[in-house]
Design a protein around this ligand. Structure first.
Ligand code: SF4
Ligand code: SF4
Length: 417
């Protein structure tokens, strides 16, 4: 299936952020909300907030301009239209994320429409919002996978990260309810210095509380909401242990939804020699991302706007935009002016355009944080016994099969989706 999509140049997956609104204020969240004072948004490629609220075309549309211009969101009808366009492009897997998707009053209608169109649905949520009745209706839709982020098995520590008292209790209750209802839930745990730093303690603590599936995410963006969050990065030892823990989790979940087999690069990287002609990751290659106001990006972590669905048909953006064509043309041989493909850590390297852009301003340049992730992955690999090593396979990020990446709340925290 992936090979067929690759041959046809079609997107197998899409990531749709329905809103940037969220009741949580996670310390490491990569979403940079449009700030009227600063007048800039990470996702506007420097465009002024007021310009951005009008969509890429510049013409304000009633439906696309929210009361707060920085929170412009596609209307229900516009989302429906986008879903149909995605279906026409033969997108199979759809990750619905934000922000917190449950703050949208029309979420259920959107999910029902997505199911009618036969997308395989991945929902990313904090699990802190939504009535029991609403969740019951979401369960009835039977999403393929729900991602919920936790930052500790200790409620006070988790709540200190999210900035919302009681958030751990709410998230855990949602996780257990979904599990009991037969929905596959991945808890995405993010280690943060000064909060939870021990992956094994975190996993066993959550398992004792009844959580069945724990994955790990890595915070890698230096800047979050204009703040430098490097102080939250765990040290090299904790990072290597996290990579090892995630590799085992992925191996254990191999039969589960085809979702973590590749991507965002962090954990579970498989040592495969890189060739100069290898694609780097799925960004614009066989996946794309759409922001709440309809901007199309190569990936949720790459703030380069390829077009806006309010102005240009999605298919035209996919086939014709300079941004997407450029990202899908990048190959390993171009990274860091040809030095990366010869790097001894390259077989373990989760190279990420998004991290490089965030850290260096150049998607093709090596970043210290990517190198640190690569070293931690090599370290975890070297320490593991032959039996514990992940099965050899295709490179984690190369081309098709790579799920949409999104760190945090599940996908916003690490070299993810
Ligand atoms: S998160 Fe990074 S590695 Fe993953 S698709 Fe986006 S740019 Fe590529
Ligand atoms: S570890 Fe650093 S230098 Fe080596 S391939 Fe990765 S980004 Fe390039």
């Amino acid at each position: 299936m992936h090979a067929a999509y690759e041959r046809a140049g079609l997107p197998i997956g899409a990531h749709l952020d329905l809103t940037w609104r969220c009741p949580l204020r996670c310390k490491h969240c990569y979403v940079q909300r449009c700030d009227p004072q600063r007048g800039r948004s990470r996702f506007a490629s420097g465009a002024a907030c007021s310009e951005r609220s009008r969509g890429a075309g510049g013409a304000a549309t009633e439906a696309s301009v929210a009361a707060d211009p920085c929170e412009a969101e596609l209307s229900t009808a516009q989302v429906f239209d986008l879903l149909e366009q995605m279906r026409s492009l033969q997108v199979l897997a759809l990750a619905v994320s934000g922000g917190e998707i449950f703050v949208r009053k029309d979420l259920l209608r959107i999910l029902e429409r997505a199911r009618e169109l036969h997308f395989r649905l991945l929902l990313k949520t904090s699990g802190t919002v939504g009535s029991k009745a609403l969740w019951k209706q979401v369960v009835a839709i039977h999403p393929g996978l729900v991602d919920i982020s936790l930052y500790s098995h200790v409620p006070e520590i988790h709540d200190a990260v999210t900035g919302m008292g009681g958030s751990f209790r709410k998230s855990l209750a949602t996780i257990l309810m979904l599990q009991d209802a037969g929905i596959t839930v991945d808890v995405v745990a993010t280690l943060l210095r000064g909060y939870a730093e021990d992956p094994d303690a975190l996993r066993s603590g959550l398992e004792r509380l009844g959580v069945r599936s724990v994955h790990f995410n890595t915070v890698s963006d230096a800047m979050c909401e204009g703040k430098d969050v490097r102080g939250l990065f765990v040290d090299a030892e904790a990072l290597a242990r996290q990579v090892a823990a995630e590799a085992l989790a992925r191996r254990g979940a191999a039969k589960a939804p085809a979702r973590r087999a590749a991507t965002e690069g962090t954990a579970g990287a498989v040592p495969t020699a890189r060739k100069t002609t290898d694609p780097v990751c799925s960004a614009g290659f066989n996946r794309f991302s759409v922001t709440p106001s309809g901007d199309v990006l190569p990936c949720v972590r790459i703030p380069e706007v390829a077009g806006n669905v309010l102005k240009t048909p999605l298919a035209d953006v996919w086939w014709r935009s300079e941004v997407l064509n450029r990202y899908r043309s990048y190959r390993w041989g171009q990274l860091d002016q040809g030095r990366c493909v010869a790097c001894p850590d390259s077989p373990h390297c989760p190279f990420c355009f998004g991290i490089s852009l965030s850290d260096t301003g150049d998607p093709l340049k090596r970043s210290d944080e990517i190198c640190r992730l690569a070293a931690a992955t090599r370290e975890a690999w070297e320490r593991s016994s032959a039996n514990d090593r992940p099965k050899l396979g295709p490179p984690p990020q190369a081309g098709p099969g790579t799920p949409p990446a999104k760190p945090r709340g599940g996908d916003k925290g690490g070299v993810d989706e």
